[in-house]
Ligand binder design. Structure first.
Ligand SMILES: [Zn+2]
Length: 413
């Protein structure tokens, strides 16, 4: 057992996703007492907890959090962190203004990651994945959504998902797996996208039988998968028992990806840089979570998704890193917080909501994680600052000091 005392707790309450004004409705307990085993046993004013749980506290490991900020474990609900190879050269080409097409012609782009991931051994992917999880842990992340999608054929996709399964068993962070073979169209499938999707549905069947993924995801975009094909693919996958996600409205205006995602019943619609008015309206009347990925927009020097408009229209907004080897080789939560507050005009309370309970809803784990309440999994982060305002004020500074996962201290900075 662990007893955390003396800090300032910031948490949302209840399992439901928060929308609109609810995203600012954070619960604050100053001079808090939190007693945890694998789950949270008690949380409240320190004085009350210490009079009620005298024996338990006397036996527990004690963590003095005086003058510190305590948050639910952060959730990165959109990543592609399993991949082979790096594309550092390509990044510098892009900064010089080279077009996507010319980069592809020189062997860059997603195809480079596909090639390197196919060539990588299980162990290569496992080792690099493990060390990336270690970095995430140090920023206060306790749960990670992880997508396949650099294999694009049966064997390589299964290899990626098997690596994630093993990492989930071995590493303290929890992984939620997503099958994302519909990530790109290789040259040999150009014009035969639907055929490719049908083939991947066969793989999806096998993935489900082996229980290797909870979600399925598709990249709905001009030149990748059409709205019609995406709808077909996701609707078929739903019949196989998958929960649905979609990458939508990242690059082209008026493509209708967000509308499709809501209609087919996606748990989350991700990116939304170019979301339409109609898309926002549909989202606001649905339970689909709008997952925004500011680090990608930053790395690509694109305009950010309209977070303020989405929240003010009563949508459920989550934030995630989109960590991947191409468009966003960055998973800095401190930088993400800075961008969300400074450029997307989100309030820090909304940002905490978007990284905790709303992110939990984006991966269907809201019953277990996302808030600090009695009975929930003891995933807790202690930040070395007195209030959440410092997380913006100390721009891109990592304040994370202690991370507790399922009642065990897994990091102390
Ligand atoms: Zn992505």
């Amino acid at each position: 057992m662990i007893y955390i005392y003396g800090g300032n707790l910031y948490t949302f309450l209840g399992n439901e996703a928060k929308r609109g004004k609810e995203m600012s409705d954070i619960n604050i307990i100053e001079d808090v007492g939190i007693l945890v085993a694998e789950k949270i046993i008690a949380v409240g004013k320190r004085q009350d907890i210490e009079t009620q749980y005298i024996k338990e506290i006397s036996e527990a490991i004690k963590i003095d959090a005086t003058n510190k900020t305590i948050l639910p474990g952060l959730i990165d609900c959109h990543t592609h962190f399993i991949f082979g190879g790096y594309r550092a050269e390509e990044f510098s080409w892009r900064l010089k203004g080279d077009s996507y097409l010319s980069i592809m012609e020189r062997g860059g782009g997603i195809n480079a990651s596909v090639k390197a991931t196919r060539e990588a051994s299980f162990n290569d992917l496992y080792e690099s994945g493990y060390s990336r999880l270690e970095k995430m842990k140090k920023m206060g992340i306790t749960t990670v959504e992880s997508k396949s999608g650099y294999g694009l054929d049966r064997d390589s996709e299964l290899k990626m998902l098997e690596v994630m399964k093993k990492l989930n068993e071995d590493h303290p962070l929890d992984l939620i797996n997503t099958f994302m073979a519909a990530h790109s169209v290789l040259p040999e499938y150009k014009g035969k996208e639907k055929q490719f999707l049908k083939e991947m549905l066969e793989v999806a069947k096998e993935v489900k039988e082996k229980d290797l993924a909870y979600f399925i995801d598709i990249f709905t975009e001009k030149g990748v998968f059409s709205v019609e094909d995406s709808y077909f693919y996701l609707a078929e996958a739903k019949k196989l028992g998958y929960k649905l996600k979609a990458h939508v409205d990242e690059m082209s205006e008026g493509f209708g990806g967000c509308e499709m995602a809501v209609e087919v019943g996606c748990v989350s619609a991700d990116h939304l840089l170019k979301v339409s008015e109609k898309g926002i309206e549909k989202l606001s009347k649905s339970d689909t979570v709008a997952t925004l990925l500011p680090l990608t927009a930053f790395c690509l020097a694109e305009e950010y998704a309209p977070a303020r408009k989405l929240i003010d229209s009563d949508c459920v907004v989550a934030l995630a890193s989109d960590y991947n080897p191409g468009s966003c080789h960055c998973n800095s939560i401190p930088l993400l917080i800075a961008l969300a507050c400074i450029y997307m005009k989100m309030d820090i309370k909304e940002v905490i909501c978007a990284l905790t309970i709303n992110a939990a809803n984006a991966i269907c784990r809201q019953e277990a994680i996302g808030t600090i309440e009695k009975g929930k999994q003891a995933d807790i982060v202690i930040m070395d600052c007195p209030s959440i305002d410092y997380l913006v004020y100390g721009t891109a500074n990592n304040y994370c000091q202690t991370v507790i996962k399922k009642g065990e201290v897994i990091y102390r900075g």
